[in-house]
Write a protein that binds this ligand. Structure first.
Ligand SMILES: C[S@@+](CC[C@H](N)C(=O)[O-])C[C@H]1O[C@@H](n2cnc3c(N)ncnc32)[C@H](O)[C@@H]1O
Length: 351
C-alpha cells in the first residue's frame, strides 16, 4: 500500500491554536500539527487505528483529513474527550449549553453538593460553587459538553491560581485565590470549539485495554496503526488536570482507572510486547504500524526509545527516524534534568 517512507518533519511550533485540541490539556497529548503532517502522507482510503488515542488528537486529525479512524483508550476521561472531538456538529448547539447554565444557576444552594476537599482547596469558593452547580447537570450533557466542562475546570483551576501553573507546577496554590466566573469559561469553551466540529463523522472510539485489542478489532482489518503509546517513564494519565476532573466527578474511581493503564516501568516491556502482538493480529498484510516514542532517562543514562521498541518483537522495523524535542513541552523536563532526549518514530510493515 505504501511504497514510500513517511517523513518526520522538524517543527518550529507544536500548538495549533485554531483547532479543537485545546478543549482540554490532556497529559501526553501529541502535537496536532505533527499528527497532521503524518496523516497527510496516508492515502484517504485507509482505515487508521490509534490504540492509545488519549484525547483523540490523531483520530480527530485523521477524520478531518477524510480518513476513517478508530481510537482505543482505557482512560474514561480520555474517551469522553476523544468522543467530544468527533461529535457531529449537528448534535450540538449553543441553546442546550445556555439551557444547562440557566438550570445550574437556578438551583437552590441547599441542593448543591460540596466539592471534595482536594480539588476544593484549589478554587475560589464562588468558582467551586459554580462548578458544583453545573456538575449537577452532568447527566444531561453530551460528550462535547462534558469535555468542555472538563476544559473549563482545568482553565478555572489555573485562573483561580493566577494562571501561574506550568507543567511542573500544576496543583500549587497561589493565594489569594482569584474568583473566576466558571459559567463564562464553560460557555467560552463550547463557543470556541463548536465551530471546529465536522458534520460527517467517520470515527469510532472504544473504551478498552489495548493489551486485548484483538477482542474488539477484527483481525486483518486495519491499514495503519499510528500512535504515541504510554511513555515508559510511567506518566500518570489520571493526574494533572485530569485528577481535578476525576475528583470532582464521582463517576469513576481514579485509582481503579489507573490500575487498567500501562504505567509501571517494571512491566513495561511485557505490556508493550502484548500490545505489539495484538497490533500484528489486527493489521492487514502489508499494513503499517507507526509508533512515536521517546528516550527514557535512567540512573545509568538514557535508553533510546527506538532501539527499545525495535527489540521488543520479532518484527524488523522498516526504519526509525529521530529528532530532538525542540518546541515540545518535553523540553522543559530536559532542561530540568539536564538531558537531551530524543523522540523516535518507528515504522514496521506487517509482512
Ligand atoms: C501518550 S498518551 C496518548 C496521547 C494522545 N496521542 C493524545 O494526543 O492525547 C498514552 C495513552 O495510553 C493510554 N493507555 C495506557 N495504558 C493503556 C491500556 N492498557 N489500554 C489502553 N490505553 C492505555 C493512556 O490512558 C493515555 O491516554
Amino acid at each position: 500500500m505504501f511504497d514510500y517512507e513517511v517523513v518526520l518533519k522538524e517543527l518550529s511550533s507544536v500548538n495549533n491554536p485554531n483547532s479543537i485540541h485545546g478543549i482540554f490539556p490532556y497529559r501526553g497529548k501529541i502535537s496536532a500539527l505533527d499528527a497532521r503532517n503524518m496523516i497527510e502522507q496516508f492515502p484517504k482510503e485507509i482505515t487508521l487505528l490509534d490504540p492509545f488515542c488519549g484525547s483523540g488528537t490523531i483520530v480527530a486529525e485523521a477524520q478531518r483529513f477524510g480518513i476513517r479512524a478508530i481510537g482505543v483508550d482505557n482512560n474514561p476521561i480520555a474517551i469522553t474527550i476523544s468522543n467530544a472531538k468527533v461529535t457531529s456538529s449537528k448534535s450540538v448547539d449553543n441553546e442546550h449549553v445556555e439551557f444547562l447554565i440557566s438550570q445550574a444557576e437556578a438551583l437552590p444552594e441547599n441542593k448543591i453538593e460540596q466539592m471534595p476537599p482536594w480539588p476544593r482547596k484549589h478554587f475560589h469558593p464562588n468558582t467551586a460553587l459554580q462548578i458544583m452547580r453545573l456538575k449537577q447537570f452532568y447527566g444531561q450533557m453530551n460528550d462535547f459538553e462534558r469535555a468542555s466542562f472538563f476544559g473549563a475546570i482545568a482553565l478555572s483551576a489555573r485562573g483561580c491560581n493566577h494562571y501561574k501553573w506550568s507543567s511542573n507546577q500544576i496543583g500549587s496554590i497561589v493565594e489569594p485565590l482569584r474568583d473566576i466566573d466558571f459559567m463564562s469559561k464553560f460557555r467560552d469553551k463550547t463557543r470556541k470549539n463548536l465551530p471546529h466540529l465536522l458534520d460527517g463523522i467517520n470515527a469510532e472510539i472504544h473504551h478498552y485495554d489495548t493489551r486485548k485489542l484483538s477482542e474488539i478489532i477484527p483481525s486483518n482489518s486495519i491499514d495503519v496503526v499510528y500512535t504515541s503509546p504510554p511513555y515508559f517513564d510511567a506518566l500518570d494519565y489520571t493526574s494533572y488536570y485530569t485528577k481535578f476532573v476525576y475528583e470532582i466527578l464521582d463517576t469513576h474511581e481514579r485509582l481503579e482507572v489507573k490500575k487498567g493503564l500501562i504505567q509501571t516501568f517494571s512491566t513495561y516491556s511485557e505490556d508493550m510486547k502484548k500490545v505489539l502482538s495484538e497490533v500484528q493480529k489486527i493489521l492487514k498484510p502489508g499494513g503499517k504500524a507507526i509508533f512515536v516514542v521517546g528516550d527514557k532517562k535512567t540512573k545509568d543514562g538514557v535508553i533510546n526509545g527506538g532501539e527499545f521498541f525495535s527489540n521488543l518483537i520479532d518484527w524488523q522495523p522498516d526504519y526509525v527516524k529521530q529528532r530532538g524535542y525542540t518546541g515540545s513541552s518535553s523540553q522543559i523536563w530536559d532542561s530540568i534534568n539536564n538531558t537531551e532526549r530524543k523522540e523516535q518514530v518507528i515504522v514496521w510493515t506487517n509482512n
